[in-house]
Design a protein around this ligand. Structure first.
Ligand code: MG
Length: 151
């Protein structure tokens, strides 16, 4: 089995949309620090095709799937909301205890990391970093195609 880590914001959860729609997003001290917006992580909409695609991976015999996200240190409720968010959108049986929150993604051992940003260790991940949103991996279809998964 290949171990695959999946980031949340910008890959599965649409943080950018949530930030824009948040009533306090253009108010000090949240300008430039959208990760501190109260409750911003709680009700994020999914990225297109993300839920179905992650479900394919979760149900695939060749893959051992974990969410690997970073929650802001100074926004403790974000840690709780990420835990609740994955339970809201995925079958509890498939994702239970499979959420890893870390600022040091390079310390995790595995084959693939699907992540939209290089920060918090993503670019130093020892396996293969599939840079979501980049030219090669513009969407979930291109990720599944690369992993040779038929949809
Ligand atoms: Mg991200």
């Amino acid at each position: 089995m290949k171990i695959i880590y999946i980031d949340l914001d910008g890959v599965v959860a649409d943080f950018e949309k949530g930030r824009k729609n948040h009533p306090l997003s253009s108010i000090t001290p949240y300008i430039g620090r959208p990760d501190k917006l109260p409750g911003v992580y709680e009700d994020l909409e999914p990225i297109p095709d993300a839920i179905a695609s992650v479900n394919i991976l979760l149900n695939h015999k060749d893959f051992d799937v974990y969410f690997l996200s970073t929650a802001p240190w100074d926004n403790p409720e974000a840690w709780m909301h990420k835990r609740l968010w994955v339970a809201k959108y995925f079958n509890e049986k498939l994702i239970r205890k499979r959420l890893i929150l870390s600022h040091h993604k390079h310390l995790l051992i595995g084959d693939y990391l699907i992540d939209d940003r290089r920060f918090n260790g993503a670019s130093e991940f020892k396996g293969e970093w599939l840079h979501f949103g980049s030219e090669n991996f513009r969407n979930w279809g291109e990720i599944l195609n690369y992993l040779k998964i038929k949809t």
